[in-house]
Design a binder for this molecule. Structure first.
Ligand code: GCW
Length: 697
């Protein structure tokens, strides 16, 4: 009897292991559900043959439940589709349509679009639909991307280190390329195609000129070959002084004909190896990088010279507006606008100016960059950071969807109804270029992004770049269902955790609009006391300006007047602390510690409340995650559980170190009920992290 019971419980365990999440999942498959073992895969027919269509067919055969209707993959101009009333124009080059259709007397699921890539996007849309609770019987999907360029920026160095990368070494094994094409390259392309990403910049914007030499062009060409069937173009970061470093010229002055000729020849060489090369990304005259300003030429001169080199081949230039100079005493938040706004209208038509979401640098919260809306004659591409340089690296859980959404939805105030999203998406009347760039969080880690939840940031970036009007909450659900399966308890809990997570990081690192309080170099822990760095704007004290009387950066008329860079309606709102949203208060205002918030609390009390709230949110996330233990595979559950414990400890550290420092400045007691920091301020100041990942060296 006992034996029978033992056997049957063993059997029950085995059955559970097969059906339940107890099986290990190392995260490699991302959000792309595991392949079904199909005994009789659904027939998928192709109206033509191409590598891209074959990939699309394979994805569907693997994913569709047995017994589903047969599928036809056909381009929209296929004669077999005549009479179905498909509006080809409306789909553009990349839009897809999925519908039930009678074709040749058979009822089929049709996946169509103008190009093979559009059809591949349609196939992935079917997968997404199926794996996030959709019904196979009821497939009617249509979507057209709102931007042309949906690009990842890899800050990957040629030695394999990734600047601000927290998921291991670079994906690209430059040493074994071009001979060995690691299978992960195709898996990377597949993941990107599944969310609509259509470009990738392979190398760091802090670029080495060697990336443009023949051996590295051959390596890039090998990657381009793998990516091509997935619709992903290759771009390279170009070092502006390359004509000197690898071309033997004496100057890189963009107005020198020999320099222009060198770039033209270089572009020709690249296009011979990579006929569909996308173009260049350039960081010029920023943080020590060379650029046209070194020769008294403007950013437009520099960008246009490069643009002329790639133009005959259909290439583009993405020229970054992330500039600030150590020689410029102006508020750092103002410098990009001051430099670029006057250049509006001077850029060649194949140049986009790439603008970070905020005017400083990828902080957990920043008001939108005032250049959005201010350069109507220039296509702008928004740059977001997917890697969490300032949001706890790979270990802290911070879903960035709400951050991206907050910026994209921000009204610019310049034109009626204009938002950041409408500036960077296709206009009816036409700039040909539009887009979103994201600094990748991808490395050689088995789970690609260093943690399961970081995968969601890659995912939400791609989906929002395709359509910035999508909701970050809906995308969190979509991702959670595809990543963890259809258990509604898991989905609800995970989405609830995700949606509060970014605000928690804001609360414990820099509430009420404080920013850039990070320790030197690695940007991991707190360093609000740092004041010894060479450039004023590298020091946290520059940003918070705390003294005995008050705290915050006055960017109104009495201060740097950065608010004047916004449209009048926005500037008016930011001019008065009463109409400034509390989340951005100290970004724009220097206020006394006893300033009264709307609810009557003092600024100091509110600040402390928010630090405490941030730590409490992390504690709550831990508890929520704990309830999911029986519902999620042990490998992914444990890693997240451990990371949340790290985050909890470090949220407390951020809160304690920050409050210890603020108290050393203002001498105020903590409000009743708020616990004293665990250690002395000196203790926090002494903490060092010499080998923190991602720090440029
Ligand atoms: O966020 C800062 C980073 C630098 C980075 C720079 C940039 C690539 O700390 O590591 O350099 O911005 O965006 O150029």
């Amino acid at each position: 009897m006992k034996l029978i019971r033992r056997l049957s419980s063993l059997w029950a365990c085995a059955a559970l292991a097969l059906a339940s999440p107890a099986l290990a999942d190392d995260g490699y498959r991302l959000w792309l559900g595991s392949a079904r073992e199909q005994t009789s895969p659904v027939p998928v027919e192709l109206s033509d043959d191409s590598p891209t269509l074959r990939i699309a067919a394979e994805e569907l055969r693997r994913a569709l439940p047995a017994g589903s209707r047969p599928v036809l993959l056909a381009r929209a101009d296929d004669p077999a589709l005549a009479g179905l009333g498909i509006e080809r124009q409306a789909l553009g080059l990349e839009g897809y349509r999925v519908q039930r259709a009678m074709i040749g007397g058979r009822e089929m699921t049709l996946v169509t679009g103008a190009t093979d890539i559009a059809i591949l996007y349609g196939a992935f849309a079917v997968l997404r639909h199926m794996n996030s609770g959709g019904d196979a019987a009821d497939l009617a999907l249509i979507s057209v991307p709102k931007t042309r360029l949906r690009i990842l920026n890899h800050w990957d160095n040629l030695d394999g280190a990734v600047e601000r990368g927290y998921a291991g070494q670079s994906l690209w094994d430059w040493w074994t390329l071009p001979d060995f094409k690691h299978p992960r390259y195709a898996d990377y392309a597949r993941a990107n195609a599944s969310i609509g990403i259509n470009g990738t910049v392979l190398n760091n914007v802090n670029a080495k000129a060697q990336s443009l030499t023949a051996p590295y062009i051959a390596k890039a060409a090998a990657l381009a070959e793998v990516f091509r069937p997935y619709g992903i173009k290759i771009y390279l970061s170009a070092r502006f002084s390359a004509p000197i470093e690898i071309g033997g010229l004496k100057t890189a002055d963009p107005r020198d004909p020999a320099v222009a000729a060198w770039w033209k020849a270089k572009a020709g060489e690249i296009y011979r190896a990579i006929p569909d090369f996308g173009g260049f990304l350039v960081k010029a005259n920023s943080e020590g990088q060379p650029g046209p300003r070194d020769y008294g030429a403007s950013h437009a001169d520099g960008a246009n010279m490069l643009a002329a080199a790639v133009k005959p081949h259909g290439g583009i230039v993405m020229w970054r507006a992330f500039v600030y100079a150590d020689t410029d005493p102006e508020d750092r938040a103002k410098q990009a606008y001051t430099e670029f706004k006057p250049l509006d209208g001077q850029f060649a038509d194949n140049v986009l100016v790439q603008v970070k979401n905020g005017a400083i640098d990828f902080q957990p919260r920043e008001p939108f960059h005032p250049l959005f809306g201010a350069m109507p004659k220039t296509p702008l591409i928004a740059e977001f950071q997917i890697t969490k340089e300032y949001l706890g690296f790979a270990t802290h859980l911070a879903y960035l969807g709400p951050l991206f959404e907050e910026v994209l939805d921000a009204p610019t105030g310049v034109r009626r109804g204009e938002t950041v999203a409408s500036v960077i998406t296709d206009k009816a009347d036409g700039q040909a270029l539009s887009g979103m760039a994201g600094v990748a969080n991808i490395g050689r880690d088995r789970d690609w992004s260093g943690s399961t939840f970081n995968q969601a940031n890659w995912y939400v970036f791609g989906r929002l770049a395709w359509d910035p009007a999508l909701s970050s909450q809906a995308l969190a659900r979509e991702w959670a269902a595809q990543t963890f399966g259809d258990d509604p308890v898991v989905i609800d809990t995970v989405v609830a955790m995700m949606m509060r997570s970014r605000e928690a990081v804001v609360d414990y690192t820099g509430p009420l609009g404080l920013a850039h309080l990070f320790a030197t170099g690695h940007h991991y822990g707190p360093g609000p006391w740092v004041s010894d760095l060479a450039r004023p704007e590298w020091n946290p004290v520059y940003y918070h300006r705390a003294d005995k009387q008050g705290i915050g950066f006055d960017r109104t008329r009495t201060g740097s007047n950065a608010i004047a860079q916004y449209a009048p309606s926005i500037a008016r709102r930011y001019a008065d602390p009463r109409s400034t949203p509390p989340e951005e208060l100290l970004w724009f205002h220097h206020l006394p510690w006893d300033y009264r918030m709307a609810d009557g609390k003092t600024l100091w009390e509110e600040l402390v409340r928010r630090y405490d709230r941030g730590v409490a949110e992390v504690a709550a996330m831990r508890e929520q995650w704990a309830t999911l233990k029986p519902r999620i595979d042990a490998e992914r559950w444990t890693k997240t559980d451990v990371f949340l414990a790290v985050q909890h400890r470090e949220a407390q550290w951020w809160r304690d170190a920050s409050l210890a420092y603020w108290r050393s400045i203002n001498g105020l007691a903590l409000p009743a009920g708020s616990k004293a920091p665990e250690h002395s301020l000196e203790h926090y100041k002494q903490m060092r992290f010499p080998f923190a990942p991602g720090n440029p060296h």
